[in-house]
Design a binder for this molecule. Structure first.
Ligand code: ZN
Length: 486
């Protein structure tokens, strides 16, 4: 498999992606249409993402819990926009143990309703607040058009849920989690993202407002890579989540929810990958270093394998995630291609000459050919490898940021706007009108991705800049990002 070439990204980006996911052994198609099997290599990547996020959640006071997979159908009906948003995508269980159920159960599409139900029991007083919870699980949404990692019937994610005494605390939590997603994306995944607010048309079903982080993929399209919702008192009212305040008055809570899913793996692939395959950011890569031993004779094999095992032990002791490729009957060239396909950030080659010189060859995945190769003296091995990993991590972020910025345009009129969204992002004044947003989508297939938190500085003293809507010409006070999206 690995010696066959991928379609290039320029030829067919979509097929490049599909084949890469299979050949890098990240995931495979399941027998049920639209479902995926996450293979061990893909799951290890997800575990590293989980750890990076979980660490941040716990540092900000959140704890993990587990709520059930099944939710009574009637729960979904309790919040009006929630039911409207999710009904078409629900998987419903009508039979159990060979009998028809008195009330059908839905397989959770998300857990606001069942968590709300439990909180109504658990929360009595202001002393019980805030509640800061998260769960790692999978959810089911019956999608019609599916693509591995990006959109599958069942996907894996974390869903954070919190309850607060005041509106301000709820909003602060929503923004804090958006900041955490941004920090993770930029510093661990080397993906530059734009944090911002969604339009009413694009917000979560049942939310007061939704924030998201938006990233640009290698084909210029946007991918919503994480969301944080301020639910106001919508779910608190639907599920009677109430508390007695310090004056002894009964009040509804203010709740939030926020999620990041295995979809993010799709972002990593499409932001960093090249025509040879995956390129993984060292901080998340299942293997940061792969060692490929090179030998012909039995005597060479003994020497080389001995050195390779020492290198493996030294790096492991320094907490580098390292794989020694001992597979038999495969040429070094085949192994190089295979690990390039799988995106390992640094490859170490050891041959008989290297053993004699007391050195190894280190090759960075992000710089193909000779340019990315360096000789490393064995005495400097750990320091050099750590330096290389840091460099690769930084270079990936730099490359992705330059690509994103080079393909983000500030159109002056609607004609320029239409051209801009053919590839990449357009940052344009928008009046805030949903009709305008719908018309832009109809004309260009581009959607309003978000209103970035960072807005142009005001030209005149006052509450932000102002201009004319790129579509209707009416006064506008915000610049929004428009793009075609996954
Ligand atoms: Zn307008």
């Amino acid at each position: 498999m690995a010696d066959q070439k991928l379609p290039t990204r320029a030829e067919d980006f979509s097929e490049w992606y599909n084949q890469l996911v299979l050949r890098a052994e990240l995931a495979d198609y399941a027998p049920v249409r639209g479902c995926m099997v996450v293979r061990p290599y893909g799951w290890t990547l997800w575990e590293n993402i989980q750890q990076a996020l979980d660490r941040r959640f716990k540092a900000t006071g959140h704890v993990n819990a587990a709520f059930p997979l099944f939710i009574p159908r009637s729960f979904i009906d309790k919040e009006k926009s929630h039911v409207a948003g999710f009904s078409p995508e629900l998987a419903v269980v009508t039979h159990g143990g060979g009998e028809e159920l008195a009330e059908p159960l839905v397989v959770r599409p998300t857990s606001e309703t069942i968590i709300g139900h439990m909180w109504a029991k658990w929360i009595q007083s202001y002393r019980d607040l805030p509640i800061l919870m998260n769960q790692w699980n999978s959810v089911v949404r019956w999608e019609l058009r599916t693509k591995l990692f990006l959109r599958t019937l069942e996907f894996f994610w974390q869903e954070g849920h919190t309850a607060h005494a005041t509106s301000e605390e709820g909003e602060a939590e929503t923004r804090q989690m958006l900041d955490i997603y941004t920090d993770f994306a930029v510093n661990d995944a080397a993906i530059p993202v734009i944090p911002g607010k969604k339009s009413d048309a694009e917000r979560f079903a049942g939310a007061q407002h939704t924030y998201s982080i938006e990233a640009m993929m290698g084909d210029g399209k946007a991918l919503q890579s994480g969301t944080s919702h301020n639910l106001g008192q919508n779910f608190a009212k639907a599920f009677e989540i109430r508390y007695l305040d310090q004056q002894g008055q009964l009040q509804h809570c203010w709740t939030t929810s926020w999620g990041l899913s295995t979809r993010f793996i799709g972002a990593i692939i499409m932001v960093h990958g090249d025509d040879q395959g995956l390129i993984l950011p060292p901080k998340l890569a299942p293997f940061q270093v792969v060692i490929v031993p090179i030998f012909k004779t039995d005597a060479e094999q003994v020497q080389v394998m001995d050195a390779a095992r020492q290198v493996q032990a030294e790096l492991t002791a320094a907490s580098v995630r390292v794989k020694l490729d001992t597979r038999d009957g495969m040429t070094p060239g085949f192994k190089f291609n295979d690990w390039e396909m799988r995106g390992v950030p640094v490859r170490i080659e050891i041959g008989p000459k290297d053993v004699a010189k007391g050195s190894v060859v280190a090759a960075r995945r992000d710089r193909p050919g000779k340019e990315g190769k360096t000789f490393v003296q064995r005495g400097e091995l750990v320091a050099k490898v750590q330096e290389l990993l840091t460099d690769v991590q930084a270079a990936l972020l730099k490359g992705a940021t330059e690509f994103r910025d080079a393909n983000t345009r500030e159109p002056n009129d609607y004609a320029e706007f239409q051209k801009a969204v053919e590839f990449g992002f357009a940052r344009a004044w928008w009046c805030g009108n949903a009709d305008c947003e719908a018309k832009i989508k109809e004309d260009t297939r581009a959607t309003m991705r978000c209103i970035p938190l960072e807005q142009p500085a005001p030209a005149t003293p006052g509450p932000g800049g102002s201009g004319k809507c790129i579509h209707c010409g009416q006064p506008a006070t915000v610049k929004a990002i428009f793009a075609r999206a996954y």
